[in-house]
Design a protein around this ligand. Structure first.
Ligand code: MN
Length: 308
């Protein structure tokens, strides 16, 4: 199923599934790097206007925090959605945990929320995870409303697109439609605790790593559809122990079922934009410097206050 099949301007003449499909990993406020990467793929022009024609572009979420211009990224995504649609293409996004955190701090900044051993606030967690006051100062009702109406998962051309390398999505339903519907309903009139729970759920990671990873990936694909999972959220260097500056493409793992597109931009890695299917298999990564399970555990949310 193609979510984009209803895009205007494509009726009849072009089989939309033949239009090129691109996916963008976590941006975290790195607007200049994002624009450069989209331009390199021919998706935007020198003025950052859509130039991708009928192409289909999906952002995997985490537009804000940790980088200089998160709201600039939101603005670009909102504008590209309109421009691409008008041009017979599409530019869509998925919500990541940082979009939920931004909505949380915007609506409920100082509201107490529970953590192990006590209470904290959205603002505290947001600040601890790279929240930047100048982003919040520029964030508007219209942007909040737009973000709140975006999906968390989609299946496009056999790719299950999700932000987090997690099966927590199943907490909200057993089909894409149910999951997106349930979360959209919740975000239409958000309450602090469901919003906090959603943030926490979308911070989970590592489900497809290690010995049980391939089975977990197959299970999620079996539930939600698609032949491959495409995710962001967990920087490739966290998974492999590689130097972020040496990352030069997506990471394929879990017996070839899973593609990680988070280059770790705020660690000094690249903003990854990949055309699917991956035509060029990325060069073999350096062997992990430590056991995968060990690396994954370091970033377990219960042990680490950071929520990538
Ligand atoms: Mn994330």
């Amino acid at each position: 199923m193609s979510i984009a099949s209803g895009a205007p301007g494509t009726g009849g003449a072009v089989d939309v599934e033949d239009a090129p499909l691109y996916v963008v990993g976590d941006v975290h406020g790195h607007l200049d790097e994002l624009e450069a990467a989209l331009r390199e793929q021919g998706l935007i022009d020198e003025e950052a206007r859509w130039s991708g024609g009928a192409a289909r572009l999906w952002f995997l979420g985490d537009f804000t925090d940790r980088g200089p211009d998160g709201i600039g990224v939101v603005e670009l995504a909102m504008r590209l959605a309109e421009e691409a649609s008008a041009d017979g293409g599409s530019s869509r996004m998925l919500l990541g945990n940082h979009e939920i955190l931004l909505l949380g701090v915007y609506f409920f900044g100082d509201h107490p929320v529970p953590v192990a051993g006590g209470a904290t606030t959205f603002r505290e967690i947001w600040l601890r995870n790279g929240g930047l006051q100048w982003d919040l100062d520029r964030f508007t009702d219209a942007q909040a409303q737009w973000l709140a109406s975006q999906p968390v998962a989609a299946v496009v051309d056999g790719y299950l697109l999700i932000h987090s390398d997690s099966n927590a999505y199943l907490e909200y339903g057993s089909t894409i439609e149910d999951i997106d519907g349930e979360i959209a309903e919740m975000l239409r009139d958000p309450e602090p605790l469901p919003c906090w729970d959603l943030f926490r759920n979308l911070t989970r990671r590592g489900a497809f790593m290690g010995e049980a990873g391939a089975n977990a990936a197959a299970d999620l694909l079996g539930e939600l559809g698609g032949r491959h999972i495409v995710h962001g959220h967990t920087p490739i260097p966290y998974q492999t122990g590689e130097d972020p500056s040496t990352i030069n493409g997506p990471r394929v793992y879990a017996d070839g079922q899973v593609i990680n597109l988070d280059g770790g931009i705020y660690l000094g890695g690249p903003c990854l934009v990949a055309r699917l299917p991956l035509t060029e298999r990325p060069p073999a990564p350096a062997p992990p410097t430590a056991d995968e399970e060990t690396i994954g555990m370091v970033y377990d949310i219960d042990e680490d206050p950071e929520y990538d």
